[in-house]
Each structure stands twice: as structure tokens, then as C-alpha cells.
Design a protein around this ligand. Structure first.
Ligand code: NAP
Length: 327
């Protein structure tokens, strides 16, 4: 099969399209013929071995994982002997980060509990865009943020995967939503339903005198005190990720800020795939529509990963496989 392979930490120039063996199926896994995958921050970090925590998790000097890609959608080719949820021919999607990555390839193996059935009305590209980003948005807004009607919500880093799902999930409640991103993405944010937009290159939302009941932060590039200042009394700040130093600061200062001000500082620890069924229902009801950037061909994956890393993308960057008749 064809796959995008890397053997040392570095830049997208070190990624190669190569012919490699198909993965070997274990008893509790299914072999998926991948039709589409999406690019995530994890792929960008793993490729470069940055931040250093990545090297502690995935290999100090060289990566233990050689094929990136954690969000996949495809068709079940074969099932292991202990698999009872799926059968060959089923169309599935999921976040396979806990199954060793490997989505930027024509085939990948994943445990059945990392996958859900893809509805027929959802394209493979749409399905591949959902798992990681939509779960972060839902778990950030609903579980950690406890979003409620009537609130003022701000999403920082609104034009990427989490933000574009986030606004649609927030819109299920009657909330006023502000999106923060760079100037080139603001029209797209307005068209997605953001009531207000802020260009972060022109304005610092933590210093403009506005306050929000809920802040969902994808970038976490400011001090926890700045975020607390931008919260209304009793408001909640939720970070899904960004600068590790700032996330650590939120972890340490959060309980103290909550004690003295009743403002809540919370951190999302992603539960992969937990809400795939919920997003599928929203999709089928026409309430959530993924924002797709691409698709790129598998051979173009290095450019697609660089594009995401540089932040020029809108919504989710998609890689679509072109299977030839022999595979
Ligand atoms: N908590 C967990 O368990 C967990 C698990 C996995 C991933 N994560 C985190 O989840 C996040 C992924 O979010 P995503 O997929 O939505 O990322 P994304 O697609 O890269 O979107 C990020 C957006 O932020 C914008 N941006 C860049 N600098 C900004 C700034 N200073 N202020 C405001 N916006 C800025 C980018 O656009 P421009 O570059 O054009 O400005 C881009 O539109 C990452 O932080 C990742 O670390 C968390």
C-alpha cells in the first residue's frame, strides 16, 4: 500500500510517499481501507518532535510512529476474530490516536472501540474531519464549559477545526458568539454564524473592556490572569490546548483564581470518540456541517501538514486517498 512515511523528527520535507506493507490485523482490530483522513495539530507536533513532551511520549531521538494521521474515515476490509461491532463493507470513522496513528496511508488497523458507523449521508471527507476537533469542541463547551442559553461566548482561535465545529455546537443554544482569528478568516467566521469577530493582530480581546460568560481557547497564548479579566463574574474559561506553559499556568493558578473570584478555569482532557454518536445525530439533523479545506491527495500530505502548521487553513484540512484497482 502507499503511505506517507517519516523516520526522524523534522520538517514536512522529511515525509516520503512510499510503498509499504499493509498493517497486520490483531484479533480486536478491523483493517480499514482509508478513503479520507484529516490533519491535526498532533501530526504537526509529532512530525517536528515539538514540544519536547512529544519526544517523551513518542521517542526521545526518533519517533516510534512512522505514519502520521489520527482522524480517519473508510471502509472495513477485514475484521479480527474478536470483533463483533463491524463487518467487512461497513463505512466507519474515528480518532485512532490510541491505536498508534497511521491514517495517512491507504490502509490502517484500528480497535473497534475507536470507530463508529458513518451515515450514508456523510461523505468520507466530512467524516474524517469530525473525530478530534468536534470532540474537543463538544467536551470543551458542554462538559467543561456547561454552556447555557443567554450566555456571551468567545472562541479564541475560531477559524480552525475546533472553532468551526464549536460555533455550530454553541448555536444549538441561544448564545451570542464572538470569534477571534486572523483577518483572512473573519468573513468565513461571519458566514458560519459568529455574531462578532475580532482580528487578533489588531485587537487584544482581553484588553478591550468586553467580558464573556464562557471563553473556549484553542491557542492559550495569554496569561491566565488576562483570561480571568475577560470573564464576567462567575464566568468560565476553558482551554483545549495551545502553549503548554500557558496551559500549565492555568492548571496551577486556576484553583486559586476560582477561590478568590468565583471565576472558573478549566482544561479539557480529550476523551477520544466519546461523542461520535451525538455529532452523527447533529449532522443528520442538518445542525452541524464540517468546514473542509482541501481535499489534498495523499502525495500532497507534506504540503497539507505544512499548511496546517503555518495556520493558513480554514476548518479541517482533508487528505483524500485515490485507491487504484490493484489495492
Ligand atoms: N486537550 C486535549 O486533550 C487535546 C487533544 C488534542 C489536541 N488538543 C489541542 O486542540 C487544539 C486544536 O485546535 P484546532 O484543531 O482548532 O487548531 P487549528 O485548526 O490549528 O486552529 C487554530 C486557529 O487559531 C488561529 N490562531 C493562530 N494564532 C492565533 C492567536 N494568537 N490568536 C487567535 N487565533 C490564533 C489559527 O489561524 P491563524 O494562524 O491564521 O491565525 C487557526 O485558525 C490545539 O491547541 C491542540 O493542542 C488538545
Amino acid at each position: 500500500m502507499k503511505a506517507i512515511v517519516f523516520s526522524k523528527y523534522g520538517t514536512p520535507d522529511g515525509l516520503e510517499l512510499r510503498e509499504v506493507d499493509k498493517p497486520v490485523l490483531r484479533d480486536d482490530e478491523v483493517l480499514i481501507k482509508v478513503h479520507a483522513a484529516s490533519v491535526n495539530d498532533w501530526d504537526w507536533g509529532l512530525l517536528r518532535g515539538k514540544p519536547f513532551l512529544i519526544r517523551l511520549l513518542f521517542g526521545l531521538l526518533k519517533p516510534k510512529i512512522n505514519i502520521l494521521g489520527l482522524d480517519v474515515a473508510g471502509q472495513v476490509e477485514t475484521v479480527g476474530r474478536n470483533v463483533d461491532k463491524f463487518q467487512p463493507g461497513d463505512e466507519v470513522f474515528g480518532d485512532i490516536s490510541e491505536c498508534g496513528f497511521g491514517g495517512f496511508a491507504e490502509y490502517v488497523c484500528a480497535r473497534e472501540n475507536a470507530l463508529a458507523l458513518k451515515p450514508a449521508s456523510m461523505t468520507f471527507d466530512e467524516a474524517a474531519s469530525i473525530p478530534h476537533a468536534a470532540m474537543l469542541a463538544i467536551q470543551g463547551l458542554r462538559d467543561k464549559g456547561q454552556i447555557q442559553a443567554g450566555q456571551k461566548l468567545l472562541i479564541n482561535g475560531a477559524g480552525g477545526g475546533v472553532g468551526t465545529f464549536g460555533v455550530q455546537i454553541a448555536r444549538l443554544k441561544d448564545v451570542e458568539v464572538t470569534g477571534v482569528d486572523s483577518s483572512g478568516k473573519l468573513d468565513m467566521l461571519r458566514s458560519l454564524g459568529f455574531d462578532h469577530v475580532i482580528d487578533y493582530t489588531q485587537e487584544d480581546f482581553t484588553k478591550n473592556g468586553q467580558c464573556y460568560d464562557l471563553i473556549l481557547d484553542v491557542k492559550t497564548n495569554r496569561s491566565t490572569f488576562d483570561y480571568a479579566r475577560a470573564l464576567s463574574p462567575g464566568g468560565t474559561y476553558v482551554t483545549v490546548g495551545g502553549s503548554l506553559t500557558r496551559v500549565f499556568q492555568a492548571l496551577v493558578l486556576g484553583p486559586w483564581i476560582s477561590m478568590i473570584s468565583k471565576k472558573k478555569i478549566r482544561i479539557v482532557a480529550l476523551k477520544p470518540n466519546k461523542d461520535l454518536g451525538y455529532v452523527t445525530e447533529l449532522f443528520e439533523a442538518g445542525k452541524v456541517k464540517p468546514v473542509l479545506d482541501g481535499p489534498y491527495k495523499l502525495s500532497e500530505a507534506p504540503q497539507a501538514i505544512r499548511y496546517l502548521g503555518e495556520g493558513s487553513h480554514k476548518g479541517k484540512v482533508i487528505i483524500a486517498m485515490e485507491h487504484d484497482s490493484k489495492t
